[in-house]
Design a protein around this ligand. Sequence first.
Ligand code: HEC
Ligand code: HEC
Length: 418
Amino acid sequence: MSLGLQAKALTTTLLLGLLLSACQPPGQNADGSATFLPAERELIFSLTPLGEPPPNPSNRYADKADAARLGQQLFYDARLSGKGNLSCASCHNPALGWSDGRPKAVGISTGTRNSPTLWNVSHQRWLFWDGRADSLWAQSIQPLESPLEMGATRTGLYQTFQREADLKQAYQKVFGPMPVSRSAINQSTDWKSLPEADKVAVNRFVSHLGKAFEAFERKLVSGESDFDRFARGLRDNDPKLQKAMSVDAQLGLRLFIGRAQCVLCHSGPNFSDGEFHNLGLPAIPGVAADEGRHAGIQAVLADPLNSLGRFSDADPDDTWADKLRYLSQHNSNRGEFRTPTLREVEHSGPYMHDGRFSNLEQVIAFYNTPEVHTPALGRREDTLQPLRLSAEEIKQLSAFLKSLSSGPPAVALTKPPA
Ligand code: HEC
Ligand code: HEC
């Protein structure tokens, strides 16, 4: 090509480029896909990839295969409930995003809160909507004993494992001999009334069950989502990979990390800061206001299975338990709930701690106009300001949230182990 021709070709390309970009809204490529500024790219890369669950030094069985296998067996076993008719999977159904599709959980009777997903739950530092457990192993005894959920007791569970030969054998394979209790205990014995040594024996036993549950739950980590693929494409400058996300989802991503400010709380690769916030959700007539974190702090500090207790496997000077050491209750904790993960979120509706929203568009519509509601308790965080999103932008944000899915869980995890 002669110099003249080359120059002519260049001018044509430039002109074409200019023309095309003149037709495009700012921040979008000719094909409509989003362009991202360096600061935006940084934020995007802070959200991916998810990676392995962080270590939990309070559970020495956390990454042991035989403990995970036992945990999986117990997760699907209804003999652990008071009446033998409910298992963890009744409310954490793998086919429903490890949730139950209901606004509020239904066990022995209807509870007051929504069953959260268990996807990536091992990435959370506090468990439950109010953070009243500080480890997955301590968490698991609560649904077992809740009179609204599984209705068992820790003494009753101890009896069940003594009685059912297969359960006892499976337990002893992982943890060694069952701790010995000298009292005549049964399902209705209150463990708090036992002599000290037996109290310890029974609590040691349930903490082991919890450690097996946790080992299984650490396997519930979601795979590479369309968003992760897109971000990899952005990093490696691979336009084909970037097609993993629709144009709508890309524009939704830009809102998520930008004008809509979602990333302030839904941060990091699990899309959760692991902390508690008051969003100012309004009261629902006839429903008692939920204290949230305020009551959760009191409960976790009082729990004998917390990380400061004798059943933790962490070194006494490990920093693991620091989150408890420096914890105290404040008025500002009223009406706060823990930021949930948004990975796989499209599968685990209804949404919020009380399941008040049945779809993602409703959740986003709430964030769009938080100022029109009177908070049920306490005061709405200042970070939540009117967003003035158009209907189109609400659709884009919702498309982005749906790009955080990675497909169904591995079949081997969705039933008792072979
Ligand atoms: C009757 C339904 C029901 C059953 C049965 C049930 N859960 Fe849950 N689960 C819930 C609800 C509701 C919550 C939230 C409660 C709250 O925050 O107060 C929850 C919370 C959790 C959490 C915390 C998740 C998070 O993001 O913080 C974990 C982990 C969990 N359950 C595991 C289990 C295990 C293990 C079992 C069996 C031992 C079990 N659940 C049985 C309904 C149930
Ligand atoms: C101030 C912190 C904060 C900001 C900002 C924020 N969220 Fe949330 N998000 C939370 C908390 C806390 C909850 C749980 C609230 C509850 O249940 O009462 C939540 C719940 C959700 C849920 C429900 C998930 C579930 O499993 O029930 C979705 C979806 C969601 N947020 C998306 C967004 C989007 C999209 C934005 C931006 C428009 C956003 N959030 C901004 C803290 C925040």
